[in-house]
Structures are given as structure tokens and as C-alpha cells.
Design a protein around this ligand. Structure first.
Ligand code: ADP
Length: 395
């Protein structure tokens, strides 16, 4: 019957013969190779006879005798060596990258060194290809970013040109419009006797249409101004701007009988006071306008969000906005209730453009019949550094 030792010896032998990694056995006393498996012999191009009795550096595994001595010193000290990427030279002079792991251990009464040698050239090539691919990708990303930058600059330029064009048109159209309006009024005032009732109605129509168009052009000019004016962002006291916006809407508030509730606290924000005032005026004017058959109730408040921004809310209990229109109404001339309520459809576009210029965001939460909660988000004003304390203890 086969003993356990013989069985394990056979098993080891089978592994040694069939391993897909190189294995070398070295005598630590003489540093000479005493065995090598077929895989290693094939990798190196030597026969077993050619490697037995040689030192590692002689078969191209370590660069030279000095490297050989250093490796054995390390092995004596630590019992273990590992070289992750060792260039091995085959008999034919070809260089192969290998991972070299060597262990010193006792087998029965004998000390032996086992070296495991793994060919990592394919892995290295794959890694190098990956590094190359990463470099190519990085270069392409830089190229793409520069194309995007260039296109953005072109787009900004053409947007700026378009905004200038809108300004010029709106500005220049007002003058002939005023002439038309003026003459229509004169016609009614000075020549009423010569006009039939229908003729007077026509003159009134011209007048009303001219007034509407004038309001439209004025709002377009405001929009253009908000888009083009140079603004510098500074700490702004919200409370002051809210008060000023409310006084700007005083007539609309009084006429609608609105109840306005302003809820402190009012943090300082980083913004542009005139632009912020204009935004709040537009939001408050809408809040008191879009109601059905009851005095509006409006709440204005501010809160610090989780993203550290300050969100300012203008909440009403008016007619509300269906979800599918809530984004669109921030674009120029987009109106949902054009016949029932006066307006030009530019107010929210000004809100949007204004917050954009202050690096903020705007939005609305609303449902038909449930009121609308408009919000804008701005960065908080940076906290001023404390004044240095003088030597006598006063700031
Ligand atoms: P305008 O008020 O001149 O019509 P805006 O740009 O301010 O133009 O608003 C666009 C549209 O969004 C309005 O016509 C209206 O349909 C809708 N809207 C704005 N604010 C409110 C609000 N608070 N409640 C309901 N609808 C609103």
C-alpha cells in the first residue's frame, strides 16, 4: 500500500511537471539549481541538463553575480523574495518580463529554495496598452473640451449679438410707435366731431394696441438690459431688497387687496441688488395678479438649503400652473392665461436671466387651483472675517 508521503510526493511531482508557471529548486548551501520544471525550461530554451548545477544569473534569471548575491542575502534574512517585474533573458537572448517569487524552507531535514517564475509579458503589454489608451482618451478629452469651449464662446458671442439686436429693435420701434399713438390720440381729441362712432372706436383700438406694444417693447428692453448690463456680485441684505420690491408693487397690491406676509429671517446673499429687486417685483406682481375671484394671499420667505444656497420663496394661493407648463413659462413670450390676465410674457424670462447672471437658479412648485410657489436660489454672502483684536483688547 502506498504511504501518505509517497502519495504527496507524487502529487507534488505531477504539479511540478504540469504547472503553467516556471518552478526552480535551488540548494541554499551551494546556490546551485537542483531541479527545474518543463514550463520554465521551455520559457528559457534550456534543457534540464543545461540548468542543473548552474547559478540563477547564469541562466539569465538575475542580471549578474552581484544581483545573485544580493538576492540570496535577502532570502537568508527574510526567507522570502519577491520581484514584481524582473527582466529575464532566454537562451536565445529574448527578454521576458517575469514575476519572481522565491521561498527558503525546510523539507524534512533539508533546506531548499523554491523559485516560482511567472511570465507577465502579456499582462504588461495589456497594462501598457491600457496606459496608452488612457493617454489617448485624456488627449481626446482635452481636445473635446477645447472644442466645447470654442463653441461655447461662439454661442455666447452670437447670443450677445442677438441680445444687442433685440435691444436695437425694441429701442428703435418705440419712436414710430409713439408717433402712431400720439396721432391716434390727437385724432380722437381734436377731430372727434368729424368722426363717426365707428371711426372713434377704430382710433381707440389703434391707441390701445399701441399701448400694449409699447409695454411689450419696454419689457423687452428690460430683458435686454438684464442680459447685457455689467453686474458685480456683492453681499446684499435680502430684507432691504424685499421691502424695496414690495414698494415697487404697491399699486398692484393695493388694487388687488392682497395680504402679504413676509417671514424673517433674511440672510445676506451674494447678488446684484437692482437685478434681485427686479426679479422679486416680477414674482410678487404675478403672485397678486394670477388669482381668481378673491384677494390674493402671498407669503415671502427665505431659507438655507442643504446645498448651502439661500432659497427665496414667493408663494401665492392663486390659480396655479399645470406641471407640463412649469418649465416653459420661464421663456420669453410664454403665457398660459393670455386673455384673462394682462401681461407681456417677459416677466419670468427676466427672472430666469437675472438669476442666471447671479449664478443662481429659479423654479416653481405648483398645481392648478392650489397656488404657485416660485423660488430663486442664490449663494449666501461670504461671512466677513473677524476684525483683528488690537493689543489693548478692542477690535
Ligand atoms: P406675464 O405675467 O406678463 O404673463 P410672465 O413671464 O411673468 O408673463 O409669466 C408667464 C406666464 O406664467 C403667465 O402668463 C402665467 O400664465 C404664468 N404665471 C406666472 N406667474 C404665475 C403665478 N403666480 N400663478 C399662475 N400662473 C403664473
Amino acid at each position: 500500500m502506498m504511504t501518505v508521503d509517497i502519495a504527496s510526493e507524487l502529487r507534488y511531482r505531477r504539479l511540478f511537471e504540469t504547472a503553467q508557471d516556471g518552478i526552480l529548486i535551488v540548494d541554499p548551501a551551494t546556490r546551485l539549481i537542483i531541479d527545474a520544471n518543463p514550463f520554465l525550461l521551455k520559457l528559457l530554451g534550456f534543457t534540464l541538463e543545461e540548468v542543473i548545477g548552474r547559478e540563477l544569473f547564469e541562466i539569465g534569471l538575475l542580471a549578474d553575480e552581484a544581483a545573485n548575491q544580493a538576492a540570496f542575502r535577502e532570502l537568508q534574512t527574510n526567507g522570502y523574495i519577491r520581484y514584481e517585474n524582473l527582466p529575464l533573458k532566454t537562451k536565445a537572448g529574448r527578454e521576458v518580463a517575469v514575476e519572481f517569487v522565491s521561498n527558503l524552507y525546510k523539507e524534512g531535514d533539508l533546506w531548499i529554495i523554491q523559485c516560482n517564475i511567472r511570465d507577465i509579458s502579456v499582462r504588461r503589454r495589456t497594462e501598457e496598452n491600457l496606459i496608452d489608451a488612457t493617454h489617448i482618451q485624456a488627449r481626446r478629452t482635452v481636445e473635446l473640451e477645447s472644442i466645447v469651449d470654442q463653441r461655447t464662446a461662439e454661442l455666447q458671442l452670437s447670443n450677445a449679438q442677438l441680445e444687442t439686436f433685440v435691444y436695437t429693435i425694441a429701442h428703435d420701434l418705440r419712436s414710430p410707435l409713439r408717433t402712431m399713438q400720439g396721432f391716434a390720440q390727437l385724432l380722437v381729441q381734436d377731430h372727434a366731431a368729424n368722426l363717426s362712432p365707428t371711426g372713434r372706436d377704430y382710433a381707440d383700438f389703434i391707441n390701445t394696441a399701441a399701448q400694449t406694444m409699447d409695454r411689450l417693447l419696454a419689457d423687452l428692453l428690460d430683458f435686454s438690459h438684464i442680459s447685457q448690463q455689467k453686474i458685480q456680485l456683492v453681499p446684499v441684505a435680502l430684507e432691504t431688497v424685499v421691502k424695496s420690491a414690495l414698494s415697487g408693487c404697491e399699486t398692484a397690491i393695493i388694487e388687488s387687496g392682497a395680504h402679504i406676509e413676509c417671514t424673517p429671517p433674511w440672510p445676506m446673499v451674494l447678488g446684484h441688488s437692482a437685478t434681485l429687486r427686479q426679479i422679486l417685483v416680477n414674482l410678487i406682481a404675478n403672485a397678486v395678479k394670477f388669482v381668481a375671484g378673491k384677494p390674493p394671499s402671498v407669503r415671502i420667505r427665505a431659507e438655507r438649503r442643504e446645498n448651502d444656497m439661500v432659497r427665496i420663496w414667493v408663494e401665492d394661493d392663486g390659480i396655479g400652473i399645470p406641471a407640463e407648463f412649469q418649465e416653459r413659462i420661464f421663456q420669453v413670450f410664454q403665457r398660459l392665461h393670455s386673455t384673462a390676465y394682462p401681461g407681456t410674457g417677459i416677466g419670468l424670462a427676466i427672472v430666469q436671466k437675472g438669476v442666471e447672471r447671479m449664478h443662481g437658479r429659479a423654479g416653481v412648485e405648483s398645481a392648478p387651483g392650489k397656488g404657485s410657489n416660485f423660488w430663486i436660489e442664490l449663494a449666501p454672502a461670504p461671512v466677513a472675517a473677524p476684525k483683528p483684536i488690537r493689543k489693548n483688547g478692542t477690535p
